[in-house]
Write a protein that binds this ligand. Structure first.
Ligand SMILES: [Zn+2]
Length: 152
């Protein structure tokens, strides 16, 4: 994919005869060695060292701007993507003071219980029983599970 602001950048070239500036798109000047003056109509030599440098420098900087724009666009896409991912990550569950009724927990649902069952820095994680659930695929059915997990 080619992306360049050179397509849209206008360069002002000074006519050696009348001293007026003629404007042309850089992209139209890159491969030319002359252009007509829009004021007096005389041929402006683009092959002079100054004009050559001006055209190639402008075209090159346009290409760089184009590249930077591409990068910025990609970066924005990445930011937008990670933002949507961040939203998909659930907020850390709040710890309960008491273990909930096992029937309140759905299969695989995890709750944290702060009931001093676990050593310092850890908290009891209760995973809902799947014994009452009839799985669609053949999985090992598990009852309610208790684990100590790192906390704070
Ligand atoms: Zn002129």
């Amino acid at each position: 994919m080619k992306f360049s602001t050179a397509d849209l950048t206008i360069l002002r070239i000074r006519c050696q005869k009348c001293g007026q500036h003629s404007e042309k798109l850089v992209i139209l000047l890159v491969r030319k060695d002359a252009m007509p003056c829009s004021n007096c109509g005389s041929r402006i030599n683009l092959a002079t060292p100054t004009n050559k440098l001006l055209i190639s420098e402008t075209a090159a900087s346009c290409a760089r701007v184009g590249e930077a724009l591409m990068k910025a666009t990609k970066l924005l896409a990445v930011i937008a993507f990670s933002a949507s991912v961040a939203y998909a990550v659930p907020v850390r569950a709040q710890a309960l003071k008491k273990e909930p009724d096992p029937k309140q927990l759905s299969c695989g649902e995890k709750v944290l219980v702060e009931n001093n069952t676990c050593p310092a820095g850890q908290i009891l994680e209760v995973t809902g029983s799947c014994l009452d659930t009839r799985p669609a695929i053949d999985t090992v059915l598990r009852g309610i599970q208790y684990h100590c997990v790192k906390w704070k």
